[in-house]
Write a protein that binds this ligand. Sequence first.
Ligand SMILES: Nc1ncnc2c1ncn2[C@@H]1O[C@H](COP(=O)(O)OP(=O)(O)OP(=O)(O)O)[C@@H](O)[C@H]1O
Length: 686
Amino acid sequence: MVENNVNCLFDKNSVKVTITPCQPKVLTHLPKRPPVDIGFTDLTYTVKEGSSNSNKLILKSVSGRLKSGELTAIMGPSGAGKSTLLNILTGYKTSGMEGSITINGTERDLSQFAKLSAYIMQDNQLHANLSVEEAMNVATSLKLGNQVDKQEKAKVIQEILETLGLQEHIKTMTANLSGGQKKRLSIALELVNNPPIMFFDEPTSGLDSSSCFQCISLLKCLARGGRTIICTIHQPSARLFEMFDHLYTLAEGQCVYQGSTLQLVPFMATLGLKCPSYHNPASFIIEVSCGEYGDYVKKLVHAIQNGKCDIQAGKPYTQGENLNNADANKKINNAEAPLAIAESSDINGSKSVLPFTTNDIAKEDVNSFPPADGVVIPIEPLNMELEKPGANSSLLDGALPKSQKRYGTSEWNQFWIVLKRTLLFSRRDWTLMYLRLFAHILVGFLIGALYYDIGNDGAKVLSNLGFLFFNMLFLMYTSMTITILSFPLEMPVLIKENFNRWYSLRSYYMAITVSDIPFQTVFCVMYVSIVYYLTSQPPELFRFSMFLSACLLISFVAQSVGLVVGAAMNIQNGVFLAPVMSVPFLLFSGFFVSFDAIPIYLRWITYVSYIRYGFEGTALATYSFGREKLKCYQIYCHFKSPETTLEELDMLESDFTLDIVALVAIFIILRIAAFLFLRWKLNSQR
Ligand SMILES: Nc1ncnc2c1ncn2[C@@H]1O[C@H](COP(=O)(O)OP(=O)(O)OP(=O)(O)O)[C@@H](O)[C@H]1O
């Protein structure tokens, strides 16, 4: 661990703590990536609103530039369009947008951009049932692939966790981490492939002031490594505010300030907006943007040309140059310095990460913004070369990659990694595993007790049919509801990981499709074995196998229904709609009404009723295939002959193989439908 120096200076009224960065912690194992400056010009974002489909303008022709080596805050009052701008810049939202976004001066190619950036969403989106180490292992395996060997991956993980102060929590389950630690883990996971651009939506939300400080220190540190770090933030404290290099402020969908945080107050003063002494400048600009000091929004938008100007500390202003050509000629210092991040201790003695600066590159052109009251505010055009004082060039690795694989590893590997992860947290999920296991065993014994020894009794055939139908009902509801309840909870993690190019939707979907099959099979086999034995169904192996295969297929099909519903709608709608939608399938299963009694125009429903195929399959397994007459302990047993039962059910001509084929076909169709719904849902969010 790195030694830290914390010096406390006491005077009568205050305690001042200065934190001196110590020996830099060098991240030597991260892959080198190019530095990236982002420019955007005349960005407009419109959404369709209401039944009239009228257009609502959310971003109004805003421009701006976000530079590598800088920590940028996007601020503004609630509803100003911060999240919208962030979502557009990340590429998360693409429809409804007009304008130009450039990367190092050339028009953004979204696919290439996605490989260079990471989006850390507000709610962390972590799998609760994985430890920090396991989560990191999954991230490195997916993002670094097979090109990097195991030892190297372990070094990457160790370095990142040490740097982010998570090493001592390596065995802690993600669910037990504190808010700040979760945030750091979210960053650590994305840091694995060293993205040069990192976006953060409200990184400090839900954190106490000390954790906020640590979090922003860390972001600053990442920026000093040459990365472009952009985050939306609501209203930072003055202490946090001054840690940002660059501020982009929105009000009513327009840019009211862009530039150095240090120049905010002087710039506002030039427009007659004097920030009161001891007032937080961040609060001041928000208050001004909300109109608390009069109608200054238009003036600010005009002064800053809706983001086309950039007010820089100690830098000149030349007007009228175009942002898009901005960094076309940018010269990058390609010296291969290691990424330096120093660790230190904050005021409470807890560990934080502080920037360790290396290169100091100054700029020196001169021009000046002519402010109203004669104060000279340095405003910079948006086409400057940038090297931020304090930034180092460790990330710099020549030009942007032209062609690179979409994902860090092959789809087959993605499938395996996601499958192993899903199996691991399924095993640890109490509801998914133990409650389900318990339910199958308990209900199995209950049904066994209720229908005890009726299977070979000619007088109790109707009860036995009730038992067969109940099996369908139980297996259908347990596997369907568990999927409806658990799958939507996975969606936010899926959205984040898929968006950040951890894996393709196809690999993920294949993995989750396969992952539950062994568990569902074990539960179903246990349940069927218990009830089959206790209710004295025919003791032939082939009948048991047929009975079991029909039951297994029913539970897989019902699980697929759960996936379709879970992919297409939220939990509330799903838990109501899925059982309701199942009612027709139950009604037309052949148990309540025989096929001949169903009106012709409704018969088609029986062909799509998977319950019918399951019920028919188990009935045939029980009563068909030359089963001998049942025992009769009364004077007369109407259903003594199995054929009578099949005749009553209109199943004399039925074919067991056809039932199995129909169930397999429905299973495949539903799985494909669930995939398409999932893909639609992922795309529709954007
Ligand atoms: N799909 C949509 N339909 C209608 N209005 C929308 C839509 N998306 C965003 N808006 C509106 O756009 C404006 C900006 O929203 P956005 O979420 O970007 O604001 P914000 O600055 O991030 O706010 P907050 O700080 O409260 O999160 C809001 O007025 C919001 O109601």
